[in-house]
Design a protein around this ligand. Structure first.
Ligand code: SIN
Length: 380
């Protein structure tokens, strides 16, 4: 347990919530000295070097989805969290723009589902990018305050997660994006999970004052398959706890391009994002790729070049935003959905807003949006 967590927490209390509020606090700002930064860390008694399987993915296969050769990835485990893996930005320089553009321009498109669909008609949410691009390429102050892209909070892919029932179902499914499927298969194969089948995805879109409530992802029917996470844009603090709320979480930074894998004993742990932080020097989208339209083009490449115009919109959006993509396999081999979805245990319903929190609601005492960590331990 980190020094600060140990000092702050008394036995039996909701240690996770306490640390969540600590890192979310603005005034005075918290002490970040206990937050692990894998981009700078060397193996220690807490940070363990992780063994990957470079033979599982050839260098060509890795490059086709925009990844460095697996032998070059900087991958770590954490003492006390078997099955947890952190990979510090394994993307090839110049490939971020493709994945970022997919997250901002392509994946929010129909037939995928997003938060805006909850209160807007399909024709209004048909072209989120087209309706936002102009606004975002115009300097702030001279434009509408909030484009549709800036109002996007979540998008679901594949088996569309139902925030109310907290289930997936056979009859709410659209094709999972083939490019993200390829990326996920390669990352999971390198991490020792050959045959992973990406079936559901949730994209979370964070503004600088957003946070994501404490939750466990347990709605997938096969928990032997890992949960995979990719992040782009601004940095965040990610809290990884235990199986109980009394277990104090470990705090770590997630920067643009970082990946995480939760499997085995770490698959069903509480986690949350209390805070978004400005990306430090060397981790910003514009730094990542000064020549955005250059991507490794080779036979069978999934990664395509991005137009300067699109990249300009992406970088403007990411100046104050972060995107996270979690990818899940829902069903085990040969498994199908039960006739009646089973009721879920560690939560209550009413998550149509996803599980984002808006800054200041807790402090101001205003009615919180449904889905915050304090009203429910959301889960997917
Ligand atoms: C993250 O945004 O890093 C986490 C997303 C999630 O837990 O669903």
């Amino acid at each position: 347990m980190a020094k600060m967590a140990a000092a702050m927490v008394e036995s039996g209390e909701d240690a996770f919530r306490k640390l969540f509020k600590f890192y979310k606090r603005r005034n005075p700002p918290p002490d970040f000295s206990d937050v692990i930064d894998f981009s700078r860390s060397l193996p220690s008694d807490k940070i363990l070097p992780a063994a990957l399987d470079p033979s599982a993915v050839s260098d060509e296969e890795a490059a086709r989805v925009g990844l460095q050769p697996v032998r070059d990835w900087r991958a770590f485990g954490l003492q006390g969290y078997p099955g947890f893996l952190f990979i510090s930005n394994p993307f090839l320089l110049g490939t971020h723009p493709f994945w970022i553009t997919q997250c901002l321009k392509t994946y929010p498109q129909k037939p995928n589902v997003c938060n805006l669909d909850m209160h807007m008609s399909p024709s209004e949410t048909q072209d989120i990018w087209g309706q936002s691009a102009h606004g975002l390429s115009t300097p702030a102050g001279k434009r509408e305050p909030r484009t549709l892209l800036e109002r996007l909070r979540w998008v679901t892919l594949g088996y569309h997660y139902n925030w109310d029932t907290k289930t997936y179902s056979a009859d709410h499914h659209t094709a999972f994006p083939a490019d993200l499927h390829s990326l996920s298969s390669r990352v999971t194969a390198a991490c020792g999970f050959p045959g992973f089948n990406a079936e559901a995805g949730i994209l979370n879109y964070y503004r600088s004052d957003s946070s994501l409530g404490i939750h466990v992802d347990e709605s997938e029917l096969d928990h032997s398959r890992p949960l995979l996470s990719f992040s782009f844009g601004q940095s965040s603090i990610f809290l990884l706890g235990g199986t109980r709320r009394q277990d104090p979480p470990t705090a770590m930074y997630m920067h643009s391009g970082d990946m995480m894998l939760m499997s085995g004993q770490s698959r069903l742990l509480y986690h949350a994002v209390p805070r978004i932080l400005p990306a430090p020097e060397g981790h910003t989208a514009s730094h990542m790729d000064p020549c955005s339209s250059v991507s490794p083009q080779q036979d069978g490449s999934v990664v395509e070049s991005v137009s300067e115009e699109d990249w300009k919109v992406c970088t403007r959006y990411l100046q104050s935003s972060r995107v996270n993509v979690t990818v899940r396999q829902v069903l085990g081999p040969g498994q199908s959905f039960p006739e009646t979805p089973s009721p879920l245990q560690r939560t209550d319903a009413g998550q149509t807003a996803g599980y984002h929190e808006e800054h200041g609601e807790e402090e101001s005492g205003k009615r919180k949006r449904r889905g915050s960590c304090d009203s429910a331990d959301a889960e997917t």
